[in-house]
Design a binder for this molecule. Structure first.
Ligand SMILES: [Zn+2]
Length: 224
């Protein structure tokens, strides 16, 4: 494919209703400090299906304000996702600075949706964007990394499930993602040795996670 050929950019607003706390209350000092509502996602052409990694590429959280957010490392967005999203000199969150953004959005009480949108054209990038979106709405000091990440993994999978039509995600592909994330969770528990109980049953079965996801929609509807 010609790298410079015109490709359409689609903008979608993915519903991201807040999840209940699934881990020990000690994991977060600002759980759900601001309820998440939606993530603006711009995609270049059709979403590419690619394997889940631990280091997504071709994904960028783009700052809405030209100067970004104070004390949060920023880089040129086009260096990560190219210019074809209509990007010129817009800044994005530096990929290594997810924790800084989590801290600063919380400390400065900046609503994530007012500060950031995400550009990505691939499933791995979208998964991690949603995972990071969960971090941005619940502040924790990262002492209990495995539990903190579990809360964000379940959030990302639940949001992918309820937006699967919008995303174009087949239920069987979603199920594979869930199994990949469960395996990653087990590796993380070995790596970080949690000191609080971490119950990952919600990740062990499609039907449990689907039911949790659907319940978020009911709650969102009833709270309107
Ligand atoms: Zn994370």
């Amino acid at each position: 494919m010609d790298a410079l050929a015109p490709v359409s950019v689609t903008t979608r607003r993915l519903a991201t209703p807040p999840l209940p706390l699934l881990v020990s209350p000690s994991v977060f000092d600002g759980f759900n400090w601001i309820p998440s509502t939606e993530l603006e996602w711009r995609c270049l052409g059709e979403l590419r299906d690619n394997p889940l990694t631990e280091d997504p590429s071709a994904m960028a959280f783009v700052f809405r304000a030209p100067a970004g957010v104070a004390h949060v490392p920023a880089e040129l967005a086009r260096l990560h996702v190219g210019r074809r999203y209509g990007l010129d000199d817009e800044l994005c969150l530096a990929p290594y600075a997810i924790d800084d953004a989590t801290d600063q959005l919380y400390l400065q009480r900046i609503e994530p949706a007012s500060a950031l949108w995400v550009a990505t054209d691939n499933l791995d990038g979208l998964y991690w964007a949603l995972h990071d979106w969960a971090h941005f709405h619940s502040h924790g000091a990262f002492y209990e990394r495995a539990a903190n990440e579990l809360q964000c993994d379940v959030s990302a999978l639940a949001w992918l499930w309820i937006n699967r039509a919008e995303v174009g995600l087949d239920p069987s592909r979603w199920s594979q993602l869930r199994r990949d994330i469960l395996a990653a969770h087990h590796r993380r528990c070995e790596q970080f040795a949690p000191t609080v109980p971490v119950d990952a049953r919600v990740l062990e079965d499609d039907s449990i996670l689907c039911a949790l996801s659907e319940s978020l929609l009911c709650r969102a509807t009833h709270s309107r």
